[in-house]
Design a protein around this ligand. Structure first.
Ligand code: SF4
Ligand code: SF4
Length: 261
């Protein structure tokens, strides 16, 4: 008979010291078998939303202010990881607290402040098991067309923005520019200008608050272009594109740490 009590316990020898008799110290872990609401996952990342989380928008728990979009093809890096990743689909996520990875809804005192109504990815997440948050994500993921599909004008603006400024188009154009194509450099500039223009336009024309722009159009491309090794600098009345130095290139995307999707 296997010793069932051993299944959830691990003893790991550590190089951190010795007990009496020169025996190496052991570090003991008790494996979790259920969520104890320690907040580990909530401090490290924010969830991607699924279609079934639409109800949280209807209930005003989630809003255009506390969510943002990662656009298809967007490049991102994860703190502590040197690799650059690319989002293969559009994702909508809860915003992290400013300058951190921690979910907006996490409180050190209370834990998740919307626990009973938390998004489906949070409810399904079990840190003690092998998680594959990517499984079925393409079908499950909430997208902007789910949120704004009934508002034709906004949908048209989002679609037009994607046509003019998709990350795939940006990546292709940067490659052409790197090969010496001057027209491509001009095209990158046009994309960045249009991305900036459309944000101001919808804010002024439709009175949409600035806090909703990261959901409507994703993060500003002048910021996200860093992941492509470029930065935008002001020069006189205009802006110029510059290559990033190595230190700057290590900027990261908040909210994407352990649950990279
Ligand atoms: S699922 Fe998250 S909150 Fe629950 S025990 Fe694991 S790390 Fe802590
Ligand atoms: S919604 Fe709640 S459970 Fe989900 S990451 Fe945020 S604080 Fe944690």
């Amino acid at each position: 008979m296997p010793d069932k009590s051993r299944k959830d316990k691990f003893e790991i020898l550590t190089p951190q010291g010795y007990e009496e008799g020169d025996k190496p110290k052991k570090m003991k872990f008790v494996k979790k078998t259920e969520c104890d609401r320690c907040g580990g996952c909530c401090s490290a990342s924010t969830p991607s939303l699924h279609k079934e989380d639409m109800d949280l928008f209807r209930a005003s728990i989630l809003s255009f202010d506390n969510t943002f979009t990662i656009r298809e093809g967007e490049l991102f890096t994860i703190p502590g990881d040197e690799e650059t990743y690319q989002s293969f689909i559009e994702l909508i996520k809860i915003k992290p607290k400013e300058g951190t990875e921690e979910c907006l809804f996490y409180s050190g005192d209370e834990g998740c402040t919307i626990y009973e109504k938390r998004p489906s990815q949070c409810a399904a997440y079990a840190c003690w098991e092998l998680n594959d948050a990517m499984t079925g994500l393409e079908a499950k993921a909430l997208r902007r067309k789910d949120l704004f599909g009934d508002v034709e004008l906004i949908t048209d603006i989002i679609v037009h923005h994607e046509e003019r400024c998709s990350y795939q188009k940006l990546a292709d154009t940067i490659e052409k520019a790197a090969g010496g194509d001057e027209a491509a450099a001009e095209e990158i500039s046009d994309m960045l200008q249009y991305d900036a223009f459309i944000r101001t336009y919808v804010t002024e024309k439709f009175n949409i608050p600035e806090s909703s722009l990261d959901l409507l159009f994703g993060k500003p491309m002048t910021e996200r272009i860093k992941e492509f090794g470029l930065k935008v600098e002001k020069e006189g009345d205009g802006y110029i594109l510059m290559p990033l130095n190595t230190k700057e290139a290590k900027s990261t995307t908040p909210g994407l740490k352990s649950r990279a999707c």
